[in-house]
Design a protein around this ligand. Sequence first.
Ligand SMILES: [Zn+2]
Length: 275
Amino acid sequence: MFNIYGRFCYWNFQVSRQSGFAFLCSEIKRVRVVRRADGYGDQFCIDVERTEQFIPTGKAIGIDVGLNHFYTDSDGNTIPNPRYLRKSEKALKRLQKRISRKKKGSSNRKKASNKLGRKHLKVSRQRKDFAVKTALCAVKSNDFVAYEELQVRNMVKNHKLAKSISDAGWDQFAQWLQYFGKIYGKTLIAVAPQYTSQDCSTCGNTVKKSLSIRTHICSCGAVLDRDHNASLNILAKGLKQAGITLNTVGHTEINAWGQTDLYSLVAASTSKSTD
Ligand SMILES: [Zn+2]
């Protein structure tokens, strides 16, 4: 029995401290007992090389993460933001208040803070679950995924956005993208975020806009959702970075590509990277 996360992940058991657990497996490299708010868990670190069959899809996408949607891809699809923390905020505040009302050092205070810990744990597990599933889906349905390399730590310095940004869990999502990319033999490219939202994905001109402007309107005639425009730029940047060059320079070529062309380009690049 191995869990889906394979090599670097742990097989988690939620077992009570008393229940003994006999396990016959020579593959176990390390066992840790981890204490969490909801009890003790044993982590068995198993050294298994996990690989899945490469199933080509002939598709390449760029992903733009944002606060309006969790991400928008270069096909214009959006994944809604789950905002777990925001949803649980009221409950967390209530639990926090309850702690402060209890006497310091009392067992009631301990109980109350344990309850708060459990709630936080639940939120973080939901966030991880969402990151894993979303990343797996993106990797499985594409051969090439380009995404923005975001400096979440720098962005969190902006206090207004801080809560939403750390809530979104983009860095966790990016880590899972890379992980699944390796397992499924797909090409994952992180690109620098500069100019991805300001440049026009059709003509390459710069169209300055503040965060509140949600539509990209360019003099070349391009009118599309701000994040969709950004994801097209991210895809173009990613392909360039990966060395997948087009015969003519220009962003428009991406939209003009046929599936077969794209497939051969992506397939060539993925076979290079897995050799
Ligand atoms: Zn334009």
